[in-house]
Design a binder for this molecule. Structure first.
Ligand code: AMZ
Length: 273
């Protein structure tokens, strides 16, 4: 089976899920606005309790970001990450400061289900391809864009490459998914960038997870309309912390839509794994 064909099937087979985000800074669960480290709201000093809360609301997966790690380029919040992995029985995806194979190994050994690579996707694409080969379906690309161009290093540096161009380099390399974040919408509750998310999902065979800007149930409804382009997940943060979105309601809605327009979950029951 050719690689491209493989991915086309996978896109259809993947189950669309709502993924709550836990962003970690100094051991706390926080939200930022547009990724600005100084524009922080702390939601919990015990992030593992937050993880349990989202799990009990029906979450089938968690999205973790080590924000200090993303800025410093190495893992910083490892202890709390370990506590979260131990606290919940669902797959956890993690990004922030994962820049070498030793760190990839360490996090997978810790029980992280999939690692998200951001800055190295731009700086060292060959490394990402090697990691994808060594760990098929365990590597996710974190492609974060500001004004249509990819940003790196904790979103402090802008590049001149577009998300589509960057993602296209990784077709058929064992990459599980691309998380596409619209930085200007992240933490702002202004609605997701439907147009750009759809464009990316249509342009590549790798499944896409939408991130940034979800404010309420109407955004979930809108994202569900582009699921067929290859959008397999939506990450929500501020909306569930500020209670403008009820996580269990969002999950129920996506399940109902999945039931009416079924896309099978993957064999082992873990979405896009
Ligand atoms: O909010 C930010 N400033 C931020 C953020 N959420 N900066 C990076 N990140 C996330 C990316 C991706 O998941 O969305 O960190 C990860 C990338 O980290 P790295 O260290 O690989 O570039």
């Amino acid at each position: 089976m050719s690689g491209a064909f493989f991915h086309l099937i996978r896109k259809k087979d993947c189950k669309l899920i709502v993924i709550p985000a836990i962003d970690l800074k100094n051991g706390h669960c926080v939200r930022l606005e547009q990724g600005e480290m100084l524009k922080e709201t702390v939601y919990s000093d015990i992030p593992e309790e937050m993880a349990l809360k989202w799990y009990k609301s029906g979450a089938e997966r968690l999205h973790l970001v080590d924000l200090d790690g993303a800025v410093k380029g190495r893992p910083i919040n490892r202890d709390v990450i370990e506590r979260i992995v131990r606290a919940v029985p669902i797959p956890v995806q993690l990004g922030g400061g994962i820049r070498d194979i030793k760190t990839v190994h360490a996090y997978l050994d810790l029980g992280i289900h999939q690692v998200i690579l951001g800055t190295v996707v731009y700086k060292d694409p060959e490394f990402v391809i090697q990691a994808g080969k060594e760990f098929p379906d365990r590597i996710i690309l974190g492609i974060d864009a500001k004004r249509g161009k990819v940003a790196i290093e904790g979103w402090t540096e802008e590049t001149d490459i577009s998300p589509v161009k960057m993602a296209a380099e990784f077709e058929n390399t064992g990459i599980a998914a691309v998380i596409y974040t619209d930085i200007q919408r992240d933490g702002m509750g202004t609605g997701p960038n439907i147009k750009a998310t759809k464009e990316l999902a249509k342009a590549i065979d790798i499944p896409v997870i939408a991130s940034g800007g979800i404010s309420g149930i109407e955004d979930i409804e809108e994202l569900l309309t582009i699921a067929d382009s290859g959008v397999i997940g939506m990450i929500t943060g501020k909306a569930i912390y500020e209670k403008t979105l009820d996580l269990s309601e969002a999950i129920k809605l996506t399940k109902k839509v999945e039931k009416n327009f079924p896309r099978q979950s993957s064999q082992n029951g873990i979405p896009y794994a």
